[in-house]
Design a protein around this ligand. Structure first.
Ligand SMILES: [Zn+2]
Ligand SMILES: [Zn+2]
Ligand SMILES: [Zn+2]
Length: 302
C-alpha cells in the first residue's frame, strides 16, 4: 500500500535541492570557474577578503554539484543492502562540505586577524575589478534562477543575491582603500565573510546531525500527528510512534493504531486509508501503520 516509494523524485535535497533543466549545471560551472578566478585573484591581489569569498564560493560549488549529482542518483532504485535507496548519501556530502568549510574558514580567520595587527599591502584596484566581476556573475545567476518557479530555484536565487551583497561590500571596501590607506578594511571584510560562512555551516551541520541521529526534523509537528491519529473515529489509542527523516526533506513515520473491537473489515481498511491521508497532509512522505485490536497483546505497547 505504499503510495510513495522512497525513490520518489518530487522531493528536494540539502542546501540547494533538486533543480530542473540546466540551471543547476550552469550555476555549478559558473560558481566553480569563478572560485578558481577568485583563488588566483586573491593570491595576486594579496587580499584575504577575496580569498574568504573564494572559500565561500567553493562551498557553494560543492553544494550545487552535489544537488546536480543527486538529481541523477535520487531516481535509482533501492538495493537489498540499501533498502532506502540513496537519499542518505546527501548527508555524507553535507558533513564533508561542513568539514571543508570549517577548516577553511578557521584558516582564513586566523590569517585575517593576523592582518589586522600586521597590515599587508593589498592591490585595491585588482580587488575592485574582481568585485565588479563578482557582482556580475552572481547577479546574472541570481536573475536567471529567479525566473524558476520551484521553491529550490527561489532559494538558490536568494542565496546568490546575498552573495551579490557580499561583493558590493568588497566593491565599496576596495574603493575606500583606493582613495585612502585604511589597510585594515581588507581583513575586516574577510572576518565578516568568514563569520557569515560559519553561521551557515553551523546551521547546516545541526540539521545534518539531527537527521543522522534519527531526530525529528522541525518542520514535522509530532504533537499534531499524535492528536490527529487519536482523533480518528474508531481509533482507541496509538503507540510506538516514530518520526525520522531520510535527508531532512523526506519524512518517514511508523505507528501502531489500536482500534475498537467492533471495527469490521471495511471500517478497518477505511481507517487505514484515512490515517495515510492525514499523515500525508501533515508532511509525512512514507508511513508504515500497524493496526491491532484492543484485546491483542502488542510487545511494543508503552
Ligand atoms: Zn503497503
Ligand atoms: Zn554563496
Ligand atoms: Zn502495538
Amino acid at each position: 500500500m505504499d503510495a510513495k516509494p522512497v525513490h520518489d523524485e518530487d522531493h528536494h535535497h540539502g542546501l540547494f535541492g533538486h533543480q530542473t533543466g540546466g540551471n543547476l549545471a550552469l550555476a555549478f560551472f559558473l560558481n566553480l570557474a569563478f572560485t578558481l578566478i577568485e583563488l588566483v585573484g586573491g593570491l595576486l591581489t594579496n587580499s584575504v577578503a577575496i580569498l574568504s569569498d573564494a572559500l565561500h564560493d567553493f562551498g557553494d560549488s560543492f553544494s550545487l554539484g552535489l544537488a546536480w549529482y543527486m538529481q541523477k542518483v535520487a531516481g535509482r532504485h533501492p538495493t537489498p543492502n540499501y533498502t532506502y535507496g540513496y537519499r542518505r548519501f546527501t548527508l555524507l556530502s553535507a558533513l564533508l562540505n561542513a568539514v571543508i568549510l570549517l577548516s577553511g574558514s578557521a584558516f582564513v580567520l586566523v590569517e585575517s586577524i593576523d592582518r589586522l595587527f600586521v597590515p599587508a599591502e593589498t592591490n585595491a584596484q585588482g580587488m575592485f575589478l574582481l568585485a565588479i566581476l563578482g557582482v556580475i556573475v552572481n547577479g546574472f545567476a541570481a536573475l536567471r534562477l529567479k525566473k524558476g518557479r520551484s521553491l529550490n530555484e527561489k532559494m538558490v536565487s536568494l542565496h546568490l543575491l546575498e552573495d551579490v551583497l557580499g561583493w558590493v561590500a568588497v566593491l565599496v571596501g576596495s574603493l575606500v582603500m583606493m582613495l585612502t590607506d585604511v589597510t585594515w578594511l581588507d581583513p575586516a571584510l574577510s572576518i565578516g565573510i568568514s563569520i557569515f560562512i560559519l553561521i551557515n555551516v553551523v546551521r547546516n551541520l545541526r540539521q545534518a546531525l539531527r537527521v543522522l541521529l534519527q531526530g525529528k526534523p522541525d518542520q514535522v509537528d509530532e504533537a499534531a500527528i499524535r492528536q490527529a491519529l487519536a482523533d480518528l473515529p474508531g481509533v482507541v489509542a496509538t503507540h510506538d510512534l516514530h518520526i525520522w527523516s531520510m535527508d531532512s526533506e523526506y519524512m518517514v513515520l511508523s505507528v501502531h493504531l489500536v482500534v475498537a473491537e467492533t471495527t469490521d473489515r471495511s471500517a478497518w481498511q477505511d481507517l487505514r486509508h484515512r490515517a495515510h491521508d492525514i499523515l500525508a497532509d501533515l508532511g509525512i512522505d512514507h508511513a508504515t501503520i500497524e493496526m491491532e485490536y484492543e484485546t491483542e497483546a502488542c510487545s511494543w505497547c508503552e
